[in-house]
Design a protein around this ligand. Structure first.
Ligand SMILES: Cc1cc2nc3c(=O)[nH]c(=O)nc-3n(C[C@H](O)[C@H](O)[C@H](O)COP(=O)(O)OP(=O)(O)OC[C@H]3O[C@@H](n4cnc5c(N)ncnc54)[C@H](O)[C@@H]3O)c2cc1C
Length: 264
């Protein structure tokens, strides 16, 4: 069965960390027990709220990494070194800790079997997270939609979900990497940022009416989507999700920060 994103009022729910997986030195997957979780669709996200002892709160959005049918809800977070929330989620949070979640959110950047394909997934860095959920869901519902993933990362060590992507590649997903900062001498794949020539080589022809999902840092998403439009992809079949800098409105009660209690 595909996940149900039950319509209704969004409320904050408590979630407990049951396991932490180190994906790369800067990235952790948090497995969460959220007893009242209403279900979600592949590609949706949640808001996470952390509260410090002095009442200061910070909220950030995170894509749902687990597929709708998975038993445990998962988020995957990349540490942004000068960030406020991600260093805490990646470096401080421990099994047994609690946080609040609100969601699932988003009805646009989602995929379900009836949407079909062919699917072109473009991921930059942690932008792989909702796309992993889509790939898992495609396998879970036994969709035969052809699927191709182009994943841009700084180096091989920063590939998130490497083993799982290898497994997808053995099971019908075409996985193509491009390394943008470091690559080994024997690397024969792409080693530059995603550009028009690369997409001309790997993207499904527009005549096949592909459905494209582009996710990652803002500049990556804007470049990827505009190159796809140049390749005559239909704009309403290009779904984008930007993980760019957080807008101030997502930080609530900033004044309470003066006491500087650690977020717990
Ligand atoms: C819908 C949605 C889904 C998201 N899903 C994920 C996800 O699955 N995994 C994940 O790791 N992140 C995801 N993000 C990004 C996440 O919400 C935070 O923005 C990120 O974790 C940084 O928060 P922070 O508090 O550590 O940094 P902040 O304190 O907000 O920012 C610190 C500094 O880093 C810069 N910055 C902020 N965010 C980024 C970024 N993403 N890349 C580069 N620089 C940045 C800011 O401009 C600032 O200079 C998602 C964002 C959105 C909008």
């Amino acid at each position: 069965m595909e996940g149900a994103a039950l319509p209704g009022r969004l409320i904050w729910r408590s979630a407990r960390v049951v396991e932490i997986i180190e994906e790369t030195p800067r990235v952790r997957t948090l497995l969460l027990d959220c007893p009242d979780w209403p279900g979600h669709l592949a590609g949706q996200h949640v808001d996470v709220r952390l509260t410090a002892d002095d009442g200061y709160q910070a909220e950030r959005s995170y894509s749902i990494a687990s597929a709708p049918a998975d038993e445990v809800l998962a988020l995957t977070v990349e540490r942004i070194d000068d960030g406020e929330v991600s260093p805490y989620l990646v470096g401080e949070l421990r099994v047994g800790d609690e946080m609040e979640l609100r969601g699932p959110i988003g009805g646009y950047f989602v995929w379900s079997k009836m949407r079909g394909g062919p699917l072109l997934l473009l991921a930059g860095g942690s932008g792989i997270v909702p796309l992993r959920c889509i790939m898992r869901q495609r396998a879970a519902v036994m969709s035969d939609a052809p699927i191709r993933l182009l994943y841009s990362v700084r180096s091989q060590h920063e590939i998130i979900y490497r083993k799982e992507l290898d497994q997808f590649a053995r099971n019908g997903v075409e996985v193509i990497y491009t390394l943008t900062r470091e690559w080994p001498p024997e690397w024969t794949g792409y080693h530059r940022r995603v550009d028009g020539d690369m997409l001309r080589e790997i993207a499904w022809p527009a005549s096949e009416r592909p459905l494209a999902y582009v996710c990652g840092p803002t500049a990556f998403v804007e470049r990827g989507a505009s190159e796809l439009v140049s390749l005559e992809y239909e704009p309403d079949r290009i779904k984008t999700e930007r993980f760019g800098p957080t807008n101030d409105s997502t930080i609530v009660d900033r004044s309470a920060r003066q006491n500087k209690s650690p977020i717990t």
